[in-house]
Design a protein around this ligand. Structure first.
Ligand SMILES: [Zn+2]
Length: 123
């Protein structure tokens, strides 16, 4: 039996692997653990998995950042909305009938709401 050409170390000494060589590489025989192309293939697969996991994490972080920014943008609009709401309440109380109320609401919407909705929904 031809032994594996791979080297193993116990931390103090390195010596030839005691397993039998079954896989050939550049004229030498190796066991499954020390066969260079097998090692490279495993390494490439680990790297591919690492990159895949990194990409998933990166996407999640970016999504969380975007959500945070959107939440902050919307929260910043709150005083503007509150002021508009108080203004609407005042206008509606001053109306003398439903038709006037509808007109008041329509102008209120054009002046305040449409713009705020655009600001709140933009990415
Ligand atoms: Zn070996």
């Amino acid at each position: 039996m031809t032994k594996c050409s791979g080297m193993v170390s116990n931390g103090w000494h390195s010596y030839q692997c005691s397993k039998s060589g079954k896989l050939e590489h550049e004229g030498k025989l190796f066991c499954g653990l020390h066969h260079p192309p097998t090692i490279w293939k495993k390494r490439a697969e680990k790297e591919r998995q690492w990159n895949e996991e990194y990409e998933i994490k990166r996407k999640a972080v970016n999504e969380a950042k975007a959500l945070k920014a959107q939440t902050e943008r919307r929260a910043a609009l709150f005083p503007e909305l509150l002021a508009a709401l108080i203004d609407l309440d005042k206008r509606l109380r001053e109306c003398e009938g439903p038709i006037y109320a509808l007109e008041a609401y329509d102008s209120f919407y054009q002046e305040n709401v449409a713009d705020v909705i655009v600001k709140a929904t933009k990415e």
